[in-house]
Design a binder for this molecule. Sequence first.
Ligand code: TRP
Length: 334
Amino acid sequence: MIDGKKVLFSGMQATGTLTLGNYLGALQNWVKLSDEYECFYSVVDLHSITVRQNPAELRKRARNLLTLYVAAGLDPKKNCIYYQSHVSGHAELSWILNCFTYMGELNRMTQFKDKAAKHADNINAGLFTYPVLMAADILLYQADVVPVGIDQMQHLEITRDIAQRFNGVYGDVFTIPEAYVGKSGAKIMSLQEPSKKMSKSDENPNASVYLMDDEDVIIRKFKRAVTDSLARIAYTDEQPGIKNLLDIYCACTGKTPAEAVKEFEDRGYGELKTAVAEAVVSVLKPVQKRFEELSKDKTYIDEVIKENAEKADYYAKKTLRKVQKKVGFPERIR
Ligand code: TRP
């Protein structure tokens, strides 16, 4: 609890180009949660180097992502928006938690197995202990809730296990975090293979709508979206392409799938695609405009970065000092 509010932590990596899926599935939700919780939203750059990065590129992407958090509507006075690498507590707590995590547990992580297969030439120890760093992120701020997608659930589970194990030895040090799973419809699928999640690393540029795509690009991508030959508009798993379009439409307009079906049931796929594209454009345009403006205001963004890093560091240190004392590190002499 901070000032009577529950604490929320989440983070995103600045790798790849952000997609509509990232926005509708995560960012848009974050904005909604920001009144109810005391929120920490991190650009998790320590996580990014588990895979080889071009330094200049990483730095630029990280700044863009942080700017985008603000452009999407997160007020940096209310939400702590910061770079993970600016708060040394993440790495420090991560080391301690490494000593409370078993190899066997980490070996079971499906994301590690996937990533190790994908980056067979660089299966480094950081990739292996990635979930421990994630646990440190969350536990450092005593987070009560963590909005995560299904793909990160296993990492949240291990976070809870590590926290419980630590508390079992030393008493109530960490808050045990809960997953916050957003309402359905927020999982956006590829426009080309609707059984697959829309991904920022997809090689087919028509599969994903990028957050910074122009209006005509967005319209073109939706026109090319894969559907089916059933020629009827219904919200069902048998029609994953149409279902995805309806989900996107609902996420942009706030309508329910039933309402959307009603609106389109007598119309053709072409009309649905146009309507979805327009809904997407009207959601993304203001974000894009604000992003452009903020990108030009270096002083303002620098200030956001500095102030929020200090705020994050304050809370991080509070937990870290407690943990260091519990495990038996000597007191600091002042
Ligand atoms: N691993 C998450 C992802 O790739 C990002 C992340 C890092 C995160 N630390 C976190 C998400 C803590 C939630 C909480 O999506």
